[in-house]
Design a protein around this ligand. Sequence first.
Ligand code: G7M
Length: 382
Amino acid sequence: MSEQTNSPKLNVSSEIKSPTYDLSKFRLNRILNNNSKCKSITLLGTFPDLSETDNAIVVFEKNAYRESDVATEVAVEQNAESPAKPSYFSRDLTVRTDFVNNIYASFQCVPHKDLCAVKSTVIYPATDKHVEKYSVCQKYLINETPDLYETITLPYISSSQFSLDWVYNILEHKQETERIVFEDNNPETGFILLPDLKWDGRNVDNLYLLGIVRQRDIKSLRDLNASHLPLLRNLRQSAKQAINKRYGLNSSQLRMYFHYQPSFYHLHVHINPIRNDAPGIWCEKSHMLDMVINNLELLPDYYQRASLPFVLYEGNKLLDLYDARLGVRKVDTKEQLDNDGAADDTVECFTDEEPEEARKCKRIRLSTPEPSEADLVATPCA
Ligand code: G7M
């Protein structure tokens, strides 16, 4: 059952009905997150002019600097042909001195109003799942085996997930069409490349693009197998070329990766410059596209057989399901900690000391799916 959104007061002028927002009418109920590192604040409240009860999430985030923001007057004058862009170094700058001590000085500066813009993201109406996603809270690491995926994660995501309407709107050219950077219409290997919601499109330093595949039946990394290699290779190659052409970034300057678990179960790759620490690039969440391709080249059903770690947040119902099965919230006992490092005799390891014959045997067993009961009857073990 995907979440439905009831449209609020509608702007009927466009084909797709979107609410018209008056941000000044936002009424704050709660601060969900105040991140001093990202210089962002996430607010929960309502737009009473749209609805008294529907929740809205508003995120304010300070923009990254552009190099033109710090052009000095001389540099601006030299380029008199084009109109001068506002810069910190102009008469508009208001400066308050905090202190001057020997060779050190500290100031509070308020620049020209055009340099004070703050990026804002609105989610309306926001569901409980959005509120949970945007709130700070306790996190837990789950090591998801294929069995846990089939019996816990898959039933959960099949019955409760964010609506994919925004993805289909992009694929069907109903929304964000003018933002498309590149598209390939092949139904099997095609995709659309466009700026992520998080990127304001201003500064290539924090470029953030999404590659959304055309195939609609690939929920996540878990569904990928060797038959998807042409799609993944095309995504890697064509996106790199398009980004180089449009933004001048080399392929070796890009980070391309999937999230596991993603928020939206329609396969999409995240792309941003390696020199910029984009949100969500932590090792417990990201899987590099190059590695995914390589894993599938080595083992066609790698992602159906691998254990994949991921993080769950307090408040997520999936966490309750995992807690009921695995006790993830339980404090670790000394025995559990000791056992964590102990060899698991269900996993086959081999060492360089073992004879090549034995290693070969184990390799074959590692890369061959478990025989079914029928196979066992037909060919009894030697
Ligand atoms: O965690 P996951 O891999 O599912 O990431 C989904 C990405 O989609 C995030 O980086 C979001 O910022 C991005 N995103 C979400 N929405 C609802 C939109 C949207 O409407 N348009 C665009 N362009 N990106 C979105």
